[in-house]
Design a protein around this ligand. Sequence first.
Ligand SMILES: Cc1cc2nc3c(=O)[nH]c(=O)nc-3n(C[C@H](O)[C@H](O)[C@H](O)COP(=O)(O)OP(=O)(O)OC[C@H]3O[C@@H](n4cnc5c(N)ncnc54)[C@H](O)[C@@H]3O)c2cc1C
Length: 382
Amino acid sequence: MTATDADVAVVGLGSMGSMAAWQLARAGADVIGFEQFGIAHDRGAAGGESRLFRMAYHEGPEYVPLLRRARELWLDLAAASGRPLFSPTGCLSIGRPELAPMANVRASVTEHQLAHEILDPDELAARYPQHSPAEGEIGILDTDGGMVRPELAVLSAARQARSLGARLHEHTAVRAIEPSGDHVEVVTESQVFTARTVVVTTGPWTGELVKSVVDHVTVKPIVLTWFAPDDVTAYAPDRFPAFIRDTDGIHVYGSPVMDGVSVKFGVADVWDPIDGARDLTRDLDATALRPVTDAARRFLPGLHPDPIRYDVYMDGYTTDRTPLIGALPGASSVILLSGFSGHGFKMAPVFGQIAAELALDGGSGFDLARMAPDRFALGTGA
Ligand SMILES: Cc1cc2nc3c(=O)[nH]c(=O)nc-3n(C[C@H](O)[C@H](O)[C@H](O)COP(=O)(O)OP(=O)(O)OC[C@H]3O[C@@H](n4cnc5c(N)ncnc54)[C@H](O)[C@@H]3O)c2cc1C
């Protein structure tokens, strides 16, 4: 067997890659990792200070086993790093009960016996007047939900990985991944590294390295905005949980005031896909922000109507909004984790665990069938 520089190389140390490096190192593997920018930079999918953690899942109850394990790992990482990575604010889903996402939330809580409260329209309006609910809308409060902290999480996972021996190279872009006999070559600008297995967690940039996913993982901008409430105390975590809402086809989400100043607010599926990660525009004018300001005025009228800040990030989307997780067709030593479609961060620790299981054992105890990369015609190889 050819001697290699490491057992496993992780390419891309953002949300999923930092967690994969941590979980691989925790499992005793010899790990090297590569990040094109610094750890916890703000140019990809892991910026913006908070992410919703939901157990009662709009996308379907089949995610709950992953979410349960993710929650345990969030608490593990918070304890190991001594950082407040998980805020148990609860997460409130708002919508008419017949909507598919609300039916999925209800199925999640009943099929998996999740802690929750169902608020009828009167109870919702009385308890959470900040949301100005529409007629007939109910609330489902997922009491195990909350918020996680993306930059702190990436930093913490990378630090844990390093403390367990992982060698993480920052400001080192990988130019190519080349399977070669019993190992894989990882080519950077200045050097070629070798590993038994490579985990590819390059987020919105994946199409640059793995050409076969270009047509199946679309890059979409996601804009976050922060609005200042007139009465900050009404939006504090004890009175205003993280939330997700579907009203008249508009899908919004946000977090309570965590910085003493502002509510984070977002509107899903507003911006058109871009050709690739390098085409992201981070400057927006007031017209481009109109869908967000209009939605904030309508759904959270107690906020000052213009944002005090906005930022533009991006994520990779698959057509079925389900990630691609598994060996690349035709290249069993290349494990792909991509296409988290705007909802992957909360599960990053469990996807890190899965990456480690796939790289070290060739399989995982989680049911990954619907995430298999070969459900799309990817062609073979990196
Ligand atoms: C604004 C926004 C809000 C969101 N809200 C939520 C939410 O509330 N809850 C939730 O669960 N999810 C949410 N998501 C989705 C979630 O954040 C993403 O699904 C997740 O972060 C994707 O992680 P990733 O590891 O695939 O990408 P990233 O975190 O972007 O990591 C990819 C990394 O690879 C590096 N890289 C790329 N190419 C190379 C290369 N050639 N060489 C070396 N390094 C490379 C990049 O620099 C980057 O650091 C949101 C996403 C966005 C953008």
